[in-house]
Design a binder for this molecule. Structure first.
Ligand SMILES: Cc1cc2nc3c(=O)[nH]c(=O)nc-3n(C[C@H](O)[C@H](O)[C@H](O)COP(=O)(O)OP(=O)(O)OC[C@H]3O[C@@H](n4cnc5c(N)ncnc54)[C@H](O)[C@@H]3O)c2cc1C
Length: 432
């Protein structure tokens, strides 16, 4: 059948492999096929696409909860949204969550996802106490940072290329309210944006929307949203029903004029330099989930998210050049998200490092990939790297230069026969 992921590009013919028991999965592993595990397909590009896809989503049972320690034991196909529906009313939240709750626990570990609190809480793997996974020989191993630690560090961020995560124990965070006290800071240019990030770095959650088409003295103008959970004890969590985009919109609707107009209105709707509001957690953490199938606004050719990170000392210079290049190209993005990150972890292919990352959505159109190749060069010149969870086109040598532990990852896969079993379109393209 035809399969694609969130960016709707590429669309390829795949076989879907379902299993009921672990013994069925052993048979699948021994079938001599090339395969890749698949969660909810919310990665943007081709990391969960390949000849055969092992479907993990049906495995979504809750296996236990240690109330004293706040540790949830859950199968890898469970969606974060399902966890929230059960646990928010009981006063627990995910310690680390990305900007969508519609992903699986397995997908969160395999991409080692990060959230708005990376600078204080690290990646998803930092809340993983342990997980069980099946390797290509059909063996089931328990992994943590202290047990089968090589496998743990290769799997967290390893894009499904080491085996199938079956279930995990994750540490939850105590909350007392479904509301977040949000402060929005409006900045005039990139240096004010950096100043604001620094000033608010003690606040646990932060993210900035940046106007990527602004240029000259307005280059890097942004709205920085920071916040933390309120203390007032209201835990009534009712995820709202979501309106949806019913079909692919004509892709010509998105052009530099419409993006510029949108960006002007979005930036202009906030009048004061600092404004405060109280918002519910879905609005703060998952604004994009409010509209079903919002990916269809990019049209039937699909879109990609370009996300890179730069080390702290190179971030200002690198971002100025990259924003200049984007603004001059006229290829705008509604969504341009700037985030501050804390130190890197020990996982071989984990994306974050101490510095700033920028993520931009672009519709797929002629000329886009050559623009992104130019941006790649600037990213490498400034010591940065590209995020695999969003990628669909990075070249092998660009990717390699950004990840110093790439050879260790490759060696580990080879030594354990993983390279013969687990392959995705992405792994073949970037040579991992
Ligand atoms: C609106 C939106 C916002 C996002 N915001 C963020 C963000 O803020 N931060 C961030 O880090 N990411 C973000 N992402 C990316 C997303 O969190 C990751 O791509 C995530 O991995 C998707 O999980 P999934 O369950 O859909 O997995 P899939 O897309 O199906 O798979 C992703 C990868 O995980 C592997 N995998 C899946 N399940 C398993 C398993 N059980 N065992 C082994 N490997 C497995 C796959 O092989 C693949 O390589 C966002 C995505 C969207 C659509």
């Amino acid at each position: 059948m035809l399969c694609t992921s969130w960016g709707m590009y590429p669309e390829i013919e795949c076989r879907r492999l379902l299993f009921e028991r672990e013994s069925d999965l052993v048979d699948i592993m021994h079938s001599n096929d090339e395969m890749i595990p698949r969660g909810n397909g919310r990665s943007y590009g081709d990391s969960a696409l390949g000849r055969s896809l092992i479907e993990v989503v049906p495995h979504d049972c809750f296996l236990g909860f240690d109330r004293e320690q706040g540790i949830l034991h859950i199968q890898a196909g469970a969606l974060l949204s399902g966890i929230l529906e059960v646990f928010v009313p009981r006063g627990w939240f995910l310690s680390v969550t990305p900007g969508t709750k519609l992903i699986t626990v397995g997908g969160a570990i395999a991409s080692d996802v990060h959230g708005k609190n990376h600078h204080v809480a690290g990646c998803f793997s930092s809340c993983v106490v342990e997980f069980r996974m099946m390797t290509p020989d059909g063996e089931v191993l328990t992994c943590s940072s202290g047990m089968n630690s090589e496998l743990f560090h290769a799997t967290c961020g390893g894009m499904g290329l080491t085996g199938v995560i079956l279930d995990a124990k994750i540490r939850m965070k105590r909350i007392h309210s479904v509301h977040v006290e949000q402060t929005t800071i409006k900045t005039k240019d990139l240096s004010e944006t950096f100043e604001a990030f620094k000033e608010y770095r003690e606040v646990p959650y932060s993210v900035a929307w940046i106007d990527c088409l602004a240029s000259g003295p307005e280059l890097g103008r942004a709205l920085l949203m920071t916040g933390d959970f309120a203390d007032d004890g209201d835990l009534c969590y009712r995820p709202s029903r979501r309106p949806g985009v019913p079909f692919n919109l004509p892709s010509c609707m998105l052009n530099s004029r419409t993006v510029r107009a949108f960006n002007g209105l979005y930036y202009g709707r906030i009048r004061r330099r600092i404004s405060r509001s109280r918002v519910d957690l879905d609005t703060f953490f998952y604004p994009l989930d409010a509209v079903d199938h919002w990916n269809r606004i990019y049209g039937r050719n699909g879109f990609t998210q370009y996300q890179f990170i730069l080390p702290m000392e190179m971030s200002y210079k690198g971002l100025s050049q990259i924003l200049d290049t984007i603004s001059a190209s006229g290829k705008g993005s509604f969504l341009a998200v700037l985030k501050l990150y804390g130190p890197a972890n020990d996982n071989y292919l984990s994306f974050p490092l101490e510095g700033y990352s920028l993520a931009l959505d672009f519709k797929i159109e002629p000329g886009l990939f050559s623009l992104l190749d130019r941006l790649d060069e600037l990213v490498l010149d400034h010591g940065g790297r590209i995020y695999l969870a969003k990628d669909v086109r990075v070249r092998r040598n660009t990717f390699e230069k950004g990840y110093p532990m790439i050879d260790r990852f490759r060696r580990f896969r080879k030594e354990n026969g993983m390279d013969r079993t687990f392959r995705s379109l992405q792994s073949e393209r970037v040579g991992i």
